[in-house]
Design a protein around this ligand. Structure first.
Ligand SMILES: [Zn+2]
Length: 273
């Protein structure tokens, strides 16, 4: 059994000064591609799905496939709900055996974010699962809508981490979901300021396209989980277009192969276990 808890993977990543790749999936091909990459490189990964994507891939169906894939994998795999916003969805993920959930209260006032994150944390803990919170606001939401960007204030982050006890903390340092125009300029001083006052593992959302050097600096400054979604979805769409459009099984194989390569590339950048 290779299903594992996020806390364990983050602690391991901290010991080895690397980050765990957290890959968003929305089909069986993507699940298989990520697991195959992790097994080939003998490195644990996180399989995750965002609540906003469940309209196309219902959680009870894809969640069970993710669970089976984790159980059968030759390397430890954590199952994570990305950008959870409703307690009902968070509970459903936990009941399916997800080993961690994110509560995204980044659009809320600080006090409300803390209160709701504590509520989600209590629920997660009752299942033995871990919790990720977010403070600050990314420029684009997970499903591509424009949002008000606000860099994380280090003092707020430290207070949030202390009062909620989250296992992982997502921050906004100039990162965004979707595709960047050029290489983004990250504010590493925000990470360093948080790091000097708090040892909660940090999470970088919007990892796709943010450059090898940015990843290296983030990892140096305490980022232990890096989310990759757009690269997985773009590679899948491109792979499906690259083969005979009348042959679904060729498309399916091409998607799995493409996702394997994308996941491998990022696992190498984040550090092999
Ligand atoms: Zn995200």
């Amino acid at each position: 059994m290779a299903l594992t808890n996020l806390r364990e993977l983050l602690a391991q990543a901290e010991r080895h000064k690397r980050a765990v790749g957290a890959f968003n999936v929305s089909s069986i091909e993507m699940i298989c591609g990520v697991v195959r990459a992790a097994e080939a490189l003998r490195t644990p990964v996180i399989l995750q799905i965002a609540e906003s994507r469940l309209a196309t891939t219902p959680l009870p169906m894809l969640g069970r496939a993710m669970y089976e894939a984790a159980e059968r994998a030759q390397v430890p795999i954590a199952l994570h709900l990305d950008h959870g916003s409703s307690m009902a969805c968070i509970r459903q993920a936990l009941e399916l055996g997800f080993t961690s959930v994110m509560f995204d209260g980044s659009a809320l006032r600080m006090e409300d974010n803390i209160a709701r994150t504590l509520e989600a944390a209590g629920l997660a803990r009752s299942f033995g699962a871990a919790i990720e919170g977010e403070i600050g606001s990314l420029g684009r939401t997970e499903n591509g809508e424009t949002a008000f960007a606000r860099y994380t204030c280090p003092e707020d982050a430290v207070r949030f981490a202390r009062e909620t006890g989250v296992d992982a903390l997502a921050v906004a340092i100039g990162n965004a979901h979707g595709v960047y125009a050029g290489t983004p300029a990250f504010h590493f001083e925000v990470l360093d300021a948080i790091r000097t006052q708090c040892d909660t593992p940090l999470v970088l959302h919007g990892g796709t396209g943010s450059s090898a050097e940015n990843f290296r600096r983030c990892i140096e400054s305490g980022v232990r989980k890096i989310n990759i979604a757009t690269a997985i979805f773009m590679a899948s769409a491109q792979a499906a277009r690259s083969v005979n459009q009348d042959d679904w099984f060729a498309m399916s194989r091409a998607i799995t192969d493409a996702v394997t390569e994308v996941a491998k590339e990022h696992i190498r950048l984040f550090g092999i276990a």
